[in-house]
Design a protein. Structure first.
Length: 73
């Protein structure tokens, strides 16, 4: 959509045997496993966007009505 994501997130990645595993430092609970580094980074990015969208929806539901959205820099 037209929303702006935070400029940078930190992917923590490592090779473990035949797999690459990764986490996103700023988003707890997100972790992925892929056979290649490239696939891992793509999956982490997609999972990050999904997690952010879920968090947004939950935050908006929690706020109820009559709220404002303002960027934090």
């Amino acid at each position: 959509g037209g929303h702006r994501m935070q400029d940078t997130y930190t992917a923590i990645i490592k090779q473990s045997g035949p797999w690459w595993i990764g986490w996103i430092a700023e988003i707890p609970g997100v972790n992925c496993q892929e056979p290649t580094r490239k696939a891992l980074l793509e999956t982490l990015k997609a999972t990050l966007e999904e997690a952010l969208e879920i968090n947004r929806q939950e935050a908006r539901q929690a706020a109820g009505e009559d709220y404002e959205e303002t960027p934090l820099v």
